[in-house]
Design a protein. Structure first.
Ligand SMILES: Cc1cc2nc3c(=O)[nH]c(=O)nc-3n(C[C@H](O)[C@H](O)[C@H](O)COP(=O)(O)OP(=O)(O)OC[C@H]3O[C@@H](n4cnc5c(N)ncnc54)[C@H](O)[C@@H]3O)c2cc1C
Ligand code: FES
Ligand code: FES
Lengths: 163, 782, 297
């Protein structure tokens, strides 16, 4: 039997009737058309399906949509505002951290979440934070550099804002 | 003279980065169409069996099922990668040859129904003996997996250059080593997916592929649709690394079912199906015998290789050649003998993967050279420097080193890694190792015998000259070809990078063999450069008539027309242009004549300006059998120094640093070149330490997941250093050649040599898991 | 693509309500916590419940609280919660280390301690540390309430004493005596996203910083059907003065306190040798911690 759920996705509240066996990943993709959330394995091994759920990055392929009832979800489509890129996205582009791009939504979301909690992480902290998100293309080098670059962008941006 | 460039050799961000960073980029699995059906496959659960009967009646009755196809509906046209070995049919008619071999497909209104229906199809099998490794497949009396191939030898190669046995007689050291890697998986993050739509005699397929061209040809041949009515479009692709370079069953099945139902059909692999489909790196068993003189001169190499090919040939006919022909180089070597055997086994077919055919051979050879250097008491870097080729050299198998920055690479990693201070001075448990690499920059010949162009490109100028649209069938799969080709177009045409807009990965845009054999920068790049030059020539011709200046006295750079001698009076052109744009808000024109003004003039005189370019390599290589494989217009090379720590108590290896130098001829985009190098380092590290596709006794992959098949995580990779070497390749556009595949070559042996330095143990089997290394250390102590 | 089979979903708001639902003892019912184990198994088809009861809305089963000498961890507390907790970091750093070795940061944000115990995987990361620390597991059904120690909770791979109608509600730990130290080492292939090839948790309590070993626990993981205590190794430590030789002796004994098998992650012989290697290391680290100021408070 379908269940009615209320989920806030990227700031917008949605009420939907979903089958209990619908995963959050599939709900976002097929239900809401948010195809930025990728599926690389479906079982928690790759991180391509990462979304932020109530402030924490999770594998949306392992979350039932009904379990997200009442939660606030941020997907890659919710990063950046009004066509303006988030500093993490800018840094990924500038640093060359994107190749095939399939891991990128997950990587960006994890990086945004990391920097919100730890504005100036060490290289090891960055690598730790990204360790649930596989990337086959980049060897992670430029992704790590991008996160570090984004950290300094954000810190500088805030300083500039303070002035 | 070093030319100043405006867009090439820069670090411009990728053209597709924004779409990917925002999640807007659509991949095949993200596509949906009105009325779309979903397909599912029924795959064999047995490794080898005769099919006695297929009963689809229960599946048919399931509500929501729209079509079911088997070999009866699909026919049994044989296809494959190389016409020399067409050994596959869309579905198995009378026999399955591996767990995963495709028997039927279902299209239904939703994916669950399709999957359920597929599971309701009953297949009656008569099991045949399963041959799961090389030895059992080659054993006397083994059943034949393909009737026409006795001994289950699907392909063999025998080549000799010089006289190896004679040469060994004059050597001071002759040693033989055996080396074996494990079947690898591509490990790309995006599982294969496609949507096929057949309407009014036209088939359109959107697919996660590395080569729209080969898919188009295969669909046309197998389904019997004229090639002009088959269009293959590649949306964004989430990595390929080789396994996506040929047509796959879901492309064929979805097309067939769309033809039959008149509705679009979508099919997506699960991760397990990616492993079952495979077409990735073979397992190679190499036996290498190398002879050297006391002074360190490498004289002769004998290489025997057996490849565990799996049930079908796929790219294997090329793989087996590459496993022999790419050795020797980058070293001078007068005598080389190769005997290769590709063996059919009842496992998923292997094919091409980054560093096609050469990776295991390279690991074996570079480790053996390290052993020999130690036996000679020579520094491994010095030993290599003594033997390397340089620009202008030709190998004994007729490969022409039109550029080769091998020395520069070795010097760079020696100096960049602190080799001299570290080698021999690290404490036990820490080690440093070096190795070189070598690879083609595009296969010299297409996989099917043909005089075809390898790449074509078309550039169409907008009527105001403000935009150049570039059309190519080249495949952007993450490696960055869209960006590189846009840069080449902009530079060659003389316009700003932002004025080029690329449309790629579509058979309607031309011919391009695709993203494999590290070919697109050189080959597609040449075609694009030629198209840009064609456009430029046409614009300058018109201008020449108008201004009465010889065409050859003009050029375009960075959007401005350059005149060799003085500046002619172009005020008429300018005022005509200004008149046409009265009322337009536009920034004032610069002093010089702009490309836009010239292009507008060309349009007014000639209509739409379209430039074409096409490329194929000239005659390459020798005349012996198999001479085609391994030939290339250019060769890339690389060197690497790796440092490791080995936990002597557990055998666990940690890679502490990697210093890599690669000669890419000329870096069209420096960031992208580094990106290819870094990605190669991690794939190499994975193959060296973790990656191994494992089977149970029933031929089933037991680690068909990214949890149990381990590609490196961010914590397994050290902070790496990548150094770009530019040797200026005469046969490459702007001097560019490959980096995408060759960069993986030195990683595995450099790790192996570092492990030896740390432990005193030589590992002849990949991957070097903690257990393997621990056991080897323990056995050595005994 | 992998699909989930169909099932009914219940979302009780209180523990009694949840226990009530479970009290019909239907064998086709599964409780879901973080789902990181259950959903994977369902997608792979190894479990196929007709009904799922979510613990998400239950109050009072998530979080870490300290009352005097007792630290209580709600069963719905995630590995990430544990890794972030100051109480845990101060009082049971070994549990923090174990929690940080579980899966990946993404998995840890969902994976609960209750789920980690309930799965009864022989290589699960939290049980060894919990056994070493002498944890107690609280279990409830509609009519019953029991507290068990993890040593008796596990029966075999995927099997435990957990009843069909039973929910793990809490894991409690008593603060450790002075001069106690502990360590957990997990050996995996990669540095993250790994199930242990072998893991060992050890704890020792000294009489005094330079005294004898008064109490010791050594727990071996992934080398037996459940996490097991190396009893003969523990016995060899008691009453002895710590030394490298003593730890080596205990570690050798530990090799026979387990029954490793060869599987996809490693061979039996290797695993046995690793038991020795990791036992020595965890004991040495535990000792180092014990003679510091201890981790008691
Ligand atoms: C990619 C990946 C990596 C992983 N890596 C590790 C690892 O390194 N180490 C490790 O130990 N585990 C690992 N796991 C397994 C899993 O994440 C953990 O076991 C986790 O702790 C399970 O908790 P959960 O809350 O997600 O359980 P769930 O999946 O919700 O439940 C698991 C089982 O426990 C039962 N259950 C859950 N809570 C209760 C309760 N309170 N009372 C009674 N029964 C209950 C459920 O009915 C179900 O049978 C990994 C999983 C994945 C997908
Ligand atoms: S798709 Fe969710 S982790 Fe891979
Ligand atoms: S960019 Fe391709 S997987 Fe990360």
């Amino acid at each position: 039997m379908k269940k009615i759920i209320t989920v806030t996705v990227n700031g917008t509240e949605y009420e939907s009737a979903v089958n209990p066996n619908m995963t959050l990943a599939r709900f976002l993709r097929e239900g809401l058309g948010l195809f930025g959330t990728k599926e690389g394995c479906g079982v928690g091994d790759c991180g391509a399906c990462t979304v932020i759920m109530d402030g924490q990055p999770v594998n949306s392929c392992l979350v039932l949509a009904v379990e997200a009832n009442g939660s606030a979800i941020v997907t890659i489509e919710g990063i950046g505002e009004g066509g303006k890129l988030h500093p993490v996205q800018e840094a990924f582009i500038e640093a060359g951290a994107i190749q095939c791009g399939f891991c990128t939504p997950g990587m960006v979301l994890v990086a945004v979440n990391l920097l919100e909690n730890n504005p100036s992480p060490t290289e090891n902290e960055v690598r730790q934070a990204l360790s649930g998100n596989l990337c086959r293309c980049t060897g992670y080098q430029k992704i790590v550099e991008a996160v570090e670059r984004a950290a300094s962008k954000i810190v500088c941006g805030e300083r500039a804002g303070e002035l | 003279m070093k030319k100043t460039y405006h867009t090439v050799n820069s670090r411009v961000p990728r053209v597709d980065a924004r779409a990917k960073a925002t999640g807007e980029a659509r991949y095949a699995a993200d596509l949906a169409m009105p009325g779309m059906l979903y397909g599912a496959l029924l795959q064999s659960s047995l490794p080898h069996a005769r099919i006695l009967n297929i009963d689809v009646s229960r599946a048919k009755m399931l509500s929501g099922v729209k079509d079911i196809v088997t070999a009866k509906e699909a026919g049994t046209v044989k296809y494959g990668v190389s016409p020399a070995r067409y050994d596959e049919t869309v579905f198995c008619a009378d026999r399955v040859r591996y767990v995963g071999d495709e028997i039927a497909a279902v299209a239904a209104r939703d994916p669950e129904t399709a999957q359920e229906a597929a599971s309701l199809i009953r297949v009656e099998y008569e099991p045949l003996p399963a041959l799961l490794d090389i030895d059992s497949a080659m054993s006397d009396g083994a059943v034949l997996i393909h009737d026409d191939f006795p001994g289950n030898i699907g392909a063999e190669v025998h080549q000799e250059f010089g006289d190896v046995e004679e040469a060994f007689k004059g050597c001071d050291i002759v040693r033989t080593d055996r080396f074996v890697n494990k079947r690898q998986d591509g490990g790309f993050l995006e599982p294969q997916a496609c949507v096929a739509q057949y309407a009014e005699g036209h088939l359109t397929v959107w697919s996660s592929t590395q080569s729209v061209h080969y898919v188009q040809r295969s669909l046309s041949m197998v389904l019997g649709i004229p090639i002009g009515k088959v269009r293959v479009i590649k949306p964004y692709v989430g990595g390929g690394f080789g396994p996506k370079a040929a047509v796959n069953t879901i492309e064929l099945a979805a097309s067939l079912m769309s033809m039959r139902t008149g509705r679009p059909v979508k099919m997506v692999f699960s991760r397990e199906q990616v492993f079952m489909h495979s077409r990735a790196r073979h397992q190679f068993v190499h036996e290498l015998t190398t002879g050297v003189k006391k002074d360190g001169t490498i004289v002769a190499l004998k290489n025997t290789c057996h490849l565990d090919g799996g049930a079908y040939s796929s790219f294997g006919i090329a793989t087996i050649y590459y496993a022999g022909s790419l050795l020797g180089a980058p070293y001078k070597l007068a005598n080389m003998k190769y005997d290769g055997y590709r063996i059919y086994t009842n496992k998923p077919a292997c094919g091409a993967q980054r560093g096609h055919g050469g990776v295991a051979a390279r690991a074996a050879f570079e480790q053996q050279l390290d052993i020999i250097a130690h036996e000679l008491g020579m520094d491994p870097v010095e030993f290599r420097l003594k033997n390397i080729m340089k620009t202008g050299d030709v190998t004994c198998n007729d490969f022409n080193m039109s550029s080769l920055g091998m020395k520069e690479c070795l010097d760079a990693v020696r100096d960049g890694s602190g080799w001299t201070e570290k080698k021999g001075k690290l404490p036990k448990g820490k080690g440093i190792g070096v190795a070189c690499g070598f690879f083609v920059s595009g296969a010299g010949y297409p996989i099917y015998r043909s005089e075809t162009f390898h790449s074509t490109a078309t550039i169409r100028l907008s009527e105001d000259g403000g935009g150049a649209n570039l059309y190519t069938a080249a495949a952007e799969i993450g490696q960055g070809s869209d960006t590189i080709l846009s840069q080449i177009a902009a530079e060659a045409l003389g316009v700003a990078f932002g004025d080029v807009k690329i449309y790629s990965g579509d058979t309607d845009f031309g011919i391009d063999l695709g993203a494999y054999s590290s070919r697109q920068t050189l080959m597609s790049g040449h075609a694009v450069k030629a198209a840009a030059e064609d456009v430029k020539r046409q614009v300058l011709e018109v201008l020449s008539d108008e201004l009465n200046v010889p065409r050859d006295d003009m050029d375009i750079e960075n959007g401005i027309v350059i005149f060799a001698t003085g500046r002619p009076d172009f005020s008429a052109v300018r005022s005509a242009y200004a008149k046409e744009h009265r009322g337009w808000v536009q920034s004032s024109l610069p002093e010089g004549l702009t490309f836009k003004e010239a292009a507008r003039l060309a349009f007014l005189k000639r209509g739409v300006i379209v430039g074409n370019g096409a490329y194929k390599p000239g005659e390459l290589g020798g005349k012996y059998k198999g001479a085609a494989v391994g030939t290339s217009p250019a060769y890339g090379c690389s060197a690497q120094v790796v440092e490791v720590s080995v936990d002597m108590g557990t055998g666990r290896v940690t890679v502490d640093s990697m210093t890599d130098a690669h000669d890419c001829g000329f870096a069209i985009n420096r960031t992208n070149v580094e990106g290819q190098m870094q990605g190669s380092l991690s794939m190499g590290l994975g193959e060296a330490l973790f990656e191994e596709v494992k089977f149970d006794g029933g031929g089933r992959v037991i680690n068909a997941s990214l949890g149990e098949y381990r590609i490196p995580t961010s914590l397994d990779m050290p902070n790496v250093r990548t150094i770009i070497i530019e040797s200026n390749e005469p046969n490459g556009p702007f001097g560019a050649k490959e980096v995408g595949e060759g960069a993986i070559m030195p990683t595995i042996p450099a790790i192996l040599n570092a492990i030896y330095d740390a432990t005193g143990v030589r590992m002849n089997e990949l991957p070097v898991t903690s257990e393997r290394l621990y056991t080897a250390i323990k056995n050595k102590v005994k | 693509m992998l699909f989930l089979p169909r099932f009914d979903y219940e979302e009780p708001r209180t523990l009694p309500e949840a226990l009530d639902i479970l009290s019909d003892l239907r064998s086709d019912t599964k409780v879901i916590a973080g789902g990181t184990d259950l959903i994977v198994n369902m997608k792979k088809g190894s479990v196929d419940p007709a009904r799922i009861v979510s613990l998400k809305r239950l109050k009072g089963i998530r979080g870490i609280t300290r009352k005097k000498e007792i630290v209580a961890i709600g069963s719905y507390t995630t590995a990430a919660d544990i890794a972030r907790s100051d109480v845990i970091a101060r009082s049971f750093p070994v549990l923090r280390k174990a929690a940080l070795s579980l899966g990946s940061p993404l998995i840890r944000n969902r994976a609960t301690i209750g789920g980690n115990i309930a799965t009864a995987r022989p290589a699960a990361d939290l049980p060894p540390a919990l056994i070493a620390l002498g944890a107690r597991i609280k279990l409830r059904t509609k009519g019953t309430n029991r507290t068990v120690i993890p040593d008796v909770f596990f029966i075999g791979p995927g099997r435990s004493i957990l009843g069909k109608d039973e929910i793990i509600t809490e894991i409690s730990l008593s603060t450790l005596p002075p001069f106690t130290g502990a360590d957990y080492i997990k050996l995996g292939h990669r540095a993250a996203l790994e199930i242990a090839i072998v893991a060992v948790a050890s704890r020792i309590t000294l009489d005094s910083p330079d005294g004898v070993i008064r109490d010791a626990r050594i727990v071996l993981s992934a080398v037996a059907p459940t996490a097991v205590r190396a009893l003969s190794a523990e016995g060899a430590l008691l009453g002895e003065y710590p030394s490298d030789e003593l730890f080596a002796k205990a570690a050798s004994l530990a090799m026979n306190d387990c029954s490793p098998v060869s599987d996809i992650r490693g061979g039996a012989d290797y695993r046995r040798d690793m038991v020795r290697a990791l036992t020595i290391r965890t004991l040495a680290n535990a000792y180092r911690e014990a003679c510091g100021q201890g981790v008691g408070l």
